[in-house]
Design a protein around this ligand. Sequence first.
Ligand code: TXA
Ligand code: MG
Length: 343
Amino acid sequence: MKTILLSSDDEDIKKAAQIIGNGGIVAIPTETVYGLAADALNGNAVRKIFEAKGRPMDNPLIVHISDIPQIYPLVSEFPEKAKILAEKFWPGPLTIILPKSEVIPDEVSAGLDTVAIRFPSHKTTQKLISLSSPLAAPSANLSGSPSPTTLSHVCDDMDGRIDAIIDGGDCAVGVESTVVTLAEDIPRLLRPGGITVEQLRSAIGEVEIDSAVTNPLEEGEKAASPGMKYKHYSPNADVILLDGENNAVYEYLNTLTDKNAAAICYDEDIGRISIPCISIGSENDYSEQAHLLFASLRDADKMGYKTVYARCPRKNGVGLAVYNRIIRAAGFNIIYLEGADKG
Ligand code: TXA
Ligand code: MG
């Protein structure tokens, strides 16, 4: 299939809307990561997304809207707490799970009785939705790979597999949206992202954190969010997390003899580590780390490294989102050093 490259100007957004209207699939920019979109109400079109990504059919998709009232036909309930979150954080990197209405095709909800809804803040995608329909869209990477945060990442994974790609520049946040379910009595965080659990709690009170956010699923345990059961975000290189204080990490890395190893580290570490370093920003700037994380994993592969040692992020604020992604990229492989934070 020939994949056409579209810009974010009005003419090209109209072309994208036509492709969506004809049941095609288009990669779209959002503020979090690029998505791979189809008309959310067209089950056959949605099926093509799963084929292009190689995504298991039991992993449901997020439905993207461009205005809060568009949510009403899509859900069977819109409870007060969901309304508060929508008013406060939309448009933005927050996905809310609610009981679904009968218009949601099974392909979107993967047979669950809930649907995930998000109102992204990227203007190009808002325009596209308002010209076409609510869009079902997972991240626009091949299933299992790091999510794409630049146009070139999308081209690397999707050229020849989809109808079109819209260039919307680099993604600002860099990790996927926060996912919270309000389909149960107590709101629960299923995936951390740019809107922090601290922000959610200050808006609506109690929010639990699903154990799969920081822990591997137990044998036989059912994933609240099916995406959490798959190995995820992985480059070809093996990723190993190093949890420990600075000097312990430096000592560990500086005694390695592996010529094919690199480190994903912070700006402050540069010059103190003797193996090649890919920095994801300053140690205390969690947003910058989120912004650069997926690109750093893809860069490690491009540079040919076989093993990547990554510093262990803090688990507060947006740091929890960085931790959640990198621990999956590492398949929960952590080396605990002096000063490790095992909490
Ligand atoms: O930022 C984002 O959320 C990006 C952009 C494109 O919007 N999208 C994205 O989609 O990350 P995806 O498919 O890569 O991740 C969606 C996650 C998956 O872990 C999926 O299992 C979960 O949300 N999910 C979707 N619908 C769900 C539902 N009804 N119940 C529980 N989890 C759900
Ligand atoms: Mg994804």
